[in-house]
Design a protein around this ligand. Sequence first.
Ligand SMILES: [Ca+2]
Ligand SMILES: [Ca+2]
Length: 405
Amino acid sequence: MPFKPFPGQLNKDGVIIIPKGYVKLPEPAVSDYIIPTGASASSFDTTPDTSKTVVDDSFENSTSWTPFNNNSDFSLSYDYDSSTYVDGAYSLHISISSSSNSAYPLNFGIKKTLDLSKISIISAYVKVSSSNSSVTPTVYLKVVDASGNTIASTSVSNPGSFTQLTLDVSNIIGTYTVLIQFYYSTGYYGTHELWVDYVTTNPYLHRYENTIDNDTSTTWKPSSANAGEWIQIDAGSNSIIGGARIYWGSNVPNKYRIQASTDGSTWVDVYTATSSPTANDWTEYSWPAVYARYLRLYLDDQGSNPVEVAEFQYYSRITDRVAAEHGHGSGPEPWREGAFFSSFMRAMSKGTGITPRIAAVRGSHRKKRLNQKINDKKKKSRLTKKDILELIEELREYIDFKVPD
Ligand SMILES: [Ca+2]
Ligand SMILES: [Ca+2]
């Protein structure tokens, strides 16, 4: 007596698609989602986050900045001025003095090496004084490279009272020397003084790390609304990844894809969106589990404004994979895909009694166990759905864990 054919469809690649609703499994819990270990993006909006001002007040009674003096004809000294400030207490007071004119420029100040990768703007309060009325110095806040070349600069002429210098460093990624510099093109006798009260920096408002900080109020935003902007997350190592969830910000795309990669360079589409997600909320995505380390959100059509992504998380491991394959939440339609040896499935569906070929299964214990299960099932005159699902799981367990050579 032939058993009832399996309700799914077997395609030419030996893949079975099980109809919607055939198997019902629980949705993954929120705790099943994993926050990635890293993120990167095609670009990011460089607007500073003015709510997160980092104050460097080391100028109160010590300084983490290094005083410098590029005029050997003058001697440099510095102290901490308890009567000159804008912040309520102390500034760094640095000066050079000489009793004779010099042929060299007046060029002194303080410097510090800073990683500007995550800094959007730098600001400093500065003030100068000179005992020589011929000297009208310029105070620079500048970024220089290892060769001393100026990368970015802003300045104020002869500030007699504390003045804030603010420099946009949003296009500068990497570690550079930041200078606060008293400069006058010619050397003159007298005492020349520079005060620095404090320095502030602001991070970016929309850098890509914002998608892995477990905070739905912080977002990544690309620098343009062009098609092709992307953000990717890193699971840290290759894993079985069957789903993700994204918390979208205020602007959502019209068309987008989720892609997976083992190496960060070759990508396969695992999910293609056919409509816009809900703004300011989570959207869950699932797909047949893939072996991957990286997931990438690729924006095919952002609409008129750059999108915002607040969080981008993934899920892994078998229990999550099973749930993924059956669909859940607001993701795609529930379905199930099993990759089989087509001869096996044809044998199963036709009831011909052909022994399935499982030569590809490595490991004798696994092969033996699988053969045993298949033989047990074949003793029955009619296979139930449960029987078939058990066999599917047995095969899938092996196939999913197979690491590419
Ligand atoms: Ca101060
Ligand atoms: Ca966030």
